[in-house]
Design a protein around this ligand. Structure first.
Ligand code: AMO
Length: 434
């Protein structure tokens, strides 16, 4: 069966078979129009009641909106049709009927709340502006993969069912693994490091991460997708270079290859690839700039984490993507290396969009003894991580890397209000299905 509807480039006089969803039916009495829709666009089908087979006309007119029809017929020029041509049918078949009551209106005439949209994603994605988000998401991920390849990184996949967590013990989803306690992985952190120490040297992964965070915010998911990089013989500044390059590559690809989607989203004019180098502020400079605005009730001091409010103040100040570097060692995890000349300061960095954090990363502690000490300082039992720590005894080079939230990259790029709009089937506190 021909799935494609013919659009403006159909040749008049051509016999065609088109199939698609009934977008709209306009019954003007003696004459009626069906507008069929598919991925390629819309096409008008003309029904002339007195001149055409009655059963065929009835089949067309009785089909409820969003039913799938297959229409055979001839293409005729018709300047008044939305695409300048119409199909004059010789046969109409109902391929898949739709109930008259739809849970949401794909024509977009009636707005639906986000939960209704998420409950009915199939119908929701029949709307061009929602489809556009996911076409762009796919292009973004393609561009990210290409950018990593051009940085000599090899794509890997690491387990999502694991025995231990890495990003702080409280945010794990426990599962039962043949009667043993296991967890959904919060980050490929330890595995990507293990691969940086292999002959792969530079690796990347795009995969799900699971965070059992209790809070419900517009920028947190309980299942998100992380774009991870790890490179041997890299320090934190080179890792930042890669994060910046990957981000710019994603924007460039979307600008170049998603013009129609950006137009559909009303972003064609304002969409801009970040230009110039992203400013790199030290953590101390970041605190100073926030404090200087006087916009926060509190005065930030060394060791404070940046609250969402502080991030927003700083984002407004800087006004573009930027890095925060040299975080206090005490707020960064055990695997982040401290500066050699000042152990209060770590090589940990974040990459920020003015709205929120996109990336965390740093140079890693690659020295076995110091790594074990780091576990102990953080109250973790190094024995549990022996599969990881022992590889640091067999020639683990200095390495650095980072993780970037794919949904956050997409939502900030397209100025989406809620991170749930950037993932097909979000997992949050209230949502486990569909
Ligand atoms: P972190 O925990 O900061 O670092 O996560 C890295 C990036 O992943 C995204 N992210 C999330 N996005 C949506 N919902 C969530 N709940 C969520 N949690 C994280 C953010 C964040 O900046 N192992 C380190 C990375 C590294 O050092 O390589 C890590 O996971 O965009």
């Amino acid at each position: 069966m021909h799935g494609r509807t013919y659009t403006a480039d159909a040749t008049p006089g051509e016999a065609v078979t088109v199939a698609g969803w009934v977008h709209e039916t306009r019954d003007l009495g003696g004459i009626a129009f069906l507008i069929l829709r598919d991925k390629t666009g819309k096409i008008q089908v003309k029904l002339e009641k007195d001149e055409m087979d009655e059963a065929m006309v009835d089949t067309g007119l009785d089909a409820h909106r969003e039913s799938v029809l297959k229409v055979e017929g001839d293409v005729k020029e018709e300047p008044r049709a939305p695409t300048g041509v119409e199909v004059v049918p010789t046969d109409i078949e109902v391929v898949a009927p739709a109930d008259p009551e739809l849970p949401l209106d794909p024509s977009g005439k009636v707005d639906a709340e986000l939960p209704t949209r998420l409950d009915n994603r199939t119908l929701d994605l029949r709307k061009p502006e929602v489809q556009a988000v996911f076409e762009i998401r796919a292009e973004l991920l393609r561009a990210v993969r290409d950018a990593f390849r051009s940085h000599d990184a090899t794509e890997i996949n690491t387990p999502k069912i694991v025995a231990t967590g890495t990003e702080g013990g409280t945010e794990l989803f426990p599962i039962s693994y043949f009667g043993e306690e296991a967890f959904m992985n919060q980050s490929p952190q330890l595995f990507k490091q293990l691969m940086a120490g292999s002959n792969l040297e530079r690796v990347f992964e795009i995969g799900p991460i699971f965070r059992a965070e209790e809070h419900n915010t517009p920028r947190h998911l309980n299942e998100a997708h992380s774009i991870d990089f790890e490179g041997a013989f890299c320090d934190h500044t080179e890792a930042m270079d890669v994060a910046e390059a990957v981000t710019k590559a994603a924007y460039e690809a979307v600008q170049e290859n998603c013009a129609d989607e950006l137009e559909t989203l009303g972003l064609a004019d304002e969409f801009a690839v970040p230009s110039g180098e992203f400013p790199r502020l030290s953590y101390q400079e970041a605190l100073d700039r926030v404090n200087a605005t006087g916009e926060l009730d509190e005065h930030l001091v060394w060791g404070d984490d940046l609250s969402t409010e502080a991030e927003h103040v700083l984002g407004r100040e800087v006004g573009e993507h930027y890095f925060i570097t040299d975080w206090p060692s005490e707020v960064k995890p055990f695997y982040i290396k401290d500066h050699d000349d000042d152990e209060e300061k770590s090589t940990g960095f974040d990459m920020m969009h003015p709205r929120m954090e996109l990336v965390s990363g740093g140079q890693r502690e690659h020295r076995h003894e110091q790594l074990i000490a780091g576990f102990e300082q953080q109250g973790l039992d190094p024995e549990e991580f022996e599969y990881y720590t022992k590889m640091f005894k067999y020639g683990m080079p200095p390495h650095a890397g980072w993780g970037m939230g794919a949904e956050r990259l997409l939502m900030t790029m397209l100025d989406l209000d809620n991170i749930r709009e950037a993932v097909l089937f979000p997992r949050d506190r209230q949502r486990l299905s569909p």
